[in-house]
Design a protein around this ligand. Structure first.
Ligand SMILES: [Zn+2]
Length: 309
């Protein structure tokens, strides 16, 4: 992703504030049944297909894999397949995947994450690397790994609300601009092709780039300004679980991400993202940069939100 209009207003951008002790690969015990180790292994399986650039065989295989994983866990899986024509006339086959738990309930929570990865590495330092696709361990697979592991929990423990896990495609294809071109494609499609007439979840959370070993998640300010009560709910749940040091009460700036088209469509969706990630949009966004521990912390929050009254 993404465009930051306002960077870390307050002190404490990650990297300065930590001493490197977060680089652990084993997960902490959680109270929700969520397994960070499982999430890490699912993310690894996703990355192993290769960069999930729309239109490539790796994208086809990875999308098929997500569908299989979710059909084994969710009550219902809906695949939104569509062809998108890019600004330069290229036709991209895209798929949004929606896995639903307790589809009969009208009180629902929407979680989303993108599963595609970026075709170029514009933030790399060499011209050769800039032309390479992003492996997307954090930017594309961390959320997928967390969702599949969450599916393991929700298959065993029914959520107290209906839960919709949306895997969006084409989030990271083009340029974030301005002008914004060929990005957030799947989220925009979903916003205009909702799963049912009047679909209106209680709230939604976009989980993006949540696996960084050095995890630190400030407020995303579009979310904070437009649906502050949802931000409060998520940050309070994190604090209740002992993660106030990760979900920090600071501004992380405004970020253009998949929640924006949904906010524009009137859905109450926030972005949980740690964009302070040095390998972002480089060929170095690989599995060694993320951890089971970080995925476990975020997965614990995501699980708690939908399994506790
Ligand atoms: Zn990205």
């Amino acid at each position: 992703m993404l465009v930051i209009l306002l960077l870390c207003i307050l002190s404490g951008c990650k990297g300065d504030a930590k001493n490197g002790s977060a680089a652990q690969t084993t997960s902490v015990a959680t109270t929700t049944g969520f397994s960070g180790d499982a999430a890490y292994n699912y993310a690894k399986a996703q990355v192993a297909f290769g960069p999930r650039v729309p239109g490539t065989p790796a994208a086809k295989q990875a999308g098929d894999w997500i569908i299989r994983q979710m059909r084994a866990r969710a009550d219902t899986v809906i695949v939104q397949s569509f062809t998108y024509t890019t600004a330069d006339g290229k036709k991209l086959p895209l798929r949004n995947i929606l896995a639903r738990f307790r589809p009969e309930l009208s009180n629902r929570v929407l979680y989303l994450t993108h599963w595609d990865s970026r075709p170029i590495s514009e933030s790399a330092t060499t011209e050769a690397e800039k032309k390479m696709p992003v492996p997307g361990a954090n930017d594309g697979a961390s959320g997928v790994g967390m969702f599949v592991a969450l599916g393991d929990v929700l298959k065993k423990t029914k959520p107290v609300v209906g839960v919709d896990l949306l895997f969006t495609d084409g989030e990271d294809y083009g340029q974030f601009g301005p002008p914004e071109v060929d990005v957030l494609i799947g989220a925009k499609y979903f916003a205009t092709h909702l799963p049912s007439p009047g679909y209106n979840p209680l709230y939604g959370v976009l989980w993006d780039m949540i696996g960084d070993k050095d995890l630190r998640i400030p407020y995303e300010m579009n979310s904070f300004q437009q649906v502050p009560d949802v931000v409060s709910r998520v940050w309070q749940t994190a604090a209740d679980l002992g993660h106030a040091d990760i979900f920090v009460q600071e501004s992380g700036g405004q970020i253009t991400d998949d929640h924006v088209p949904l906010l524009n469509a009137g859905l109450r969706v926030i972005d949980v993202i740690d964009l302070t990630y040095p390998p972002h949009h480089t060929p170095h966004d690989t599995m060694d940069k993320i951890s089971a521990k970080s995925l476990g912390i975020v997965g614990d929050v995501a699980t708690s939100l939908v399994t506790r009254r």
